[in-house]
Design a protein around this ligand. Sequence first.
Ligand code: NDP
Ligand code: ZN
Length: 366
Amino acid sequence: MSEHDWQHMALALELARSAKGQTAPNPLVGAVVVKDGMVVGLGTHVKAGEPHAEVHALRMAGEHAKGADLYVTLEPCSHQGRTPPCARAVIEAGIRRVVVAVEDPNPRVAGAGIRLLQEAGLEVSVGICAAQAKRLNEVFFHYIGTKKPFVTVKTASTLDGKIATRTGHSRWITGEESRKRVHRLRREHDAILVGVQTVLADNPELTAREDGEVRGRQPLRVILDSRLRIPADARVICDGHAPTLIYTSDKAPSARQQELEQRGVEVVRLPDGVGIERVLESLGQRGVTSLLVEGGSAVNGSFLEAGAIQKVIQFFSFKLIGGQGAPTSYGGQGFAEMQDAIPLADVEVEMIGSHDLCITGYPVWG
Ligand code: NDP
Ligand code: ZN
C-alpha cells in the first residue's frame, strides 16, 4: 500500500459519508477511479434503488477507466439486486486494480465480489482503512452480524452526572443546541426507546422535530412497561406522530392492553419478562437496525448490565444538581469493582455552544 492508496481511500470514505442518513437499508459506499495518479471518477451511493458508488464513479471516468485503479470502501457486489452486480461493471469497464477497504458482510456477497474480480484477472487489495470503513457503516455491520439493532445510549446530564433533580425534574438539563442535535440523532435511528418511568415523569413526544415542528422520517417509539402503567393519554399514545410499540410482560392486565391497542398502539407481551436481550431480538426481527436509548436511569442501567451498548453519546451541561436521590445516567445495580468498569474507545469530545459538552465513545466489552 502506498501513500497514494491511503489518500484515495480517504477520499472514497469522505464521499461515502456525504450520503449519511439517506441510504437505508443500504450501507454508505464511496468510490474513486484513479488513472496515472489523477482522479478521473468519483461516486457515492446516494439512495437505495439508485446506482451503487462504483457505477457512478465508472460513468464519470468513461474511457479513462481502462487500465485505471478503483478505490471502493466496501467490496463490490456480486449479486443481482435492484441494480446489476457492480463486480461485473468493474470488469467490463477495464479496471486494472481494485482496492477494497472491507469485505461486504452481507451473506449474499461475503467475498464473492472479490473472487469474481480476481477470476477475471484484476489485481485486488483488501483491508486499507478497514476500521474506518466498518465504523462508517457501524449499524449495517452490527445488524448483519447479530440480527439485532445497533444500540446507542444517549444521555444528558449535569457535570455531576445527574439526569434529573431529586424530584424527577429534568427540563432542561442541556441547552438548545444540544437538544437540536438530539432531534437530528433521532431522525438517523430506526427506533427510540425509553422506560415507562420516563413517560410518567416527562410525558415526552419522542419525535424528531425541527423548529418545534415534527418533520421528516420519524423513528418507531418503543416503551418498556412490564405492567402497562403508561397513561392512555400519554403523548406517545395519542399524538399520532409516529408508531408506538410497548413491550410488556404477563403481569400486565389484558383490559389495559386492549385499551391501548384501541388507541392504535402495538403491545407485545414477552413471556419471560421485559429483558433487554429479548427486546433486542424482537426489534431485530422487525427490521429495526438502529436503536437510540434515551433513558431513564433504570433502563440505561439495564442496557449496561446486559452488555448491550455499542455506542455512548453523553451530553454534559456545566451545571451541578447534587443530591443522593437524584438519578444518574446509568442506574441499576452497577459494577462492584473498578476493574469491571467498561472503558470507551475512539472517544471524541466536542463543545456544543458554550454551555455543553458532548462525549462520544464505543464501549469495549471484556
Ligand atoms: P426509566 O425511565 O428508566 O423507567 C424504568 C421503568 O421501566 C422500570 O421501573 C420498569 O417499570 C420499566 N422497565 C421495564 N423493563 C425494564 C428493564 N428491562 N430495565 C429497566 N426498566 C424496565 O425510569 P427512571 O426512574 O430510572 O428514570 C426516569 C427519570 O429520568 C425521570 O425523572 C426523567 O425525567 C429522567 N430522564 C432524564 C433523561 C436525561 O437524559 N436527562 C432522559 C430520560 C429520563 P415496570 O417494572 O413497571 O415495568
Ligand atoms: Zn454494487
